[in-house]
Design a protein around this ligand. Structure first.
Ligand code: GUN
Length: 307
């Protein structure tokens, strides 16, 4: 019988800490601002943006929403990004993905100031994550790490398998596990004997994007199983990549969908926005709250804040 990892409870703790710190900053006259840009009418994106705005309200940030029509041109979007880059009230900029097909995600992301890139998608931030010297956490992988930490299971020396090699989840996920001294494998659609590889994992992170494909034969008895999937089952009901009912008695710890990784991603976004605000205001260094080793990683003052 496994323990269910409660992402809502863990994310509430993270947000409480952020809220307390934000209130203290306010007493010093410092406000924190996040700009969220959405282009078009994708219903899922609208829900995500609404949840991000709600989280800002919960922790005491100012949120600025920019809803642009689906036919927005690259130039128009870049003009907005540049305006937000220059706006002192805006500490973090998030452009909700996916963008409409005629817009190139890469061009837009590359134009967000790296010290406002609270998604940590800019190549400069990706590079920092690779080196293990970063201020901004990759939100979803960092949320997964928090959930793993909440189990009390130490990553050091463990066999970790990440299924999925996306730039947003799989690759940075592997890096964070590696930074905590896990022995990490990344699996993908060309991996041979996937169930057999996965069933050796002490820590299994599924980020495949296919409903319930991970069944009990992929799971080692007692493993920590984290489900990053946000899929729909045959009845259109929200579910994960992991067949929860099939796996829950074999795993040691398992995260549900919904109520697992989802709320953590937003909590980590709030953490990054707070970090950005503190850096912009010259308060403490690159914060490492939310990271595991408490190392000083204040690279931002040196790299960007003189500009
Ligand atoms: N679309 C789905 N997840 C995300 C995310 O974490 N950040 C952005 N910018 N877009 C997304």
């Amino acid at each position: 019988m496994s323990r269910i990892i409660d992402g809502k409870a863990v994310s509430a703790q993270v947000k409480e800490r952020i809220k307390a710190e934000t209130a203290k900053l306010k007493e010093q006259g410092v406000e924190v601002g996040l700009a969220v840009v959405i282009v078009g009418d994708d219903p899922a994106s609208k829900v995500y943006v609404r949840n991000k705005k709600k989280a800002c309200e919960e922790v005491g940030f100012n949120s600025y929403e920019y809803a642009m029509p689906a036919e927005t041109t690259e130039q128009e979007l870049l003009e907005l990004v540049n305006k937000l880059n220059a706006d002192e009230k805006v500490d973090g900029i998030l452009v909700q993905l996916p963008l409409p097909k005629h817009l190139d995600d890469k061009v837009i992301i590359n134009n967000i100031r790296p010290d406002k890139d609270v998604d940590a998608f800019h190549p400069i931030n990706v590079g920092h994550i690779m080196i293990g010297d970063y201020s901004f956490l990759p939100c979803t992988p960092a949320g997964v790490m928090e959930l793993i930490h909440s189990t009390g299971v130490e990553v050091k020396g463990k066999k970790c398998v990440v299924i999925g090699r996306s730039n947003i989840v799989g690759k940075p996920m592997a890096m964070l596990l590696l930074h905590e001294n896990g022995t990490v494998a990344i699996c993908h659609s060309k991996t041979q004997n996937l169930p057999q590889v996965c069933s050796q994992a002490d820590i299994l992170v599924a980020a495949v994007g296919k409903p319930k494909i991970i069944t009990a034969d992929y799971i080692k008895e007692g493993a920590v199983v984290i489900d990053v999937g946000m899929d729909r089952d045959e009845n259109g009901k929200l579910c994960g990549d992991v067949d929860f009912e099939n796996c829950k008695d074999k795993a040691g710890f398992i995260s549900p969908v919904p109520g697992g990784v989802g709320p953590m991603t937003i909590a980590m976004l709030m953490q990054n926005t707070l970090t950005a605000a503190k850096l912009h205001k010259g308060l403490s260094g690159g914060t490492d709250e939310g990271t595991s080793d408490g190392k000083d990683r204040n690279v931002w003052n040196k790299l960007f804040l003189h500009t």
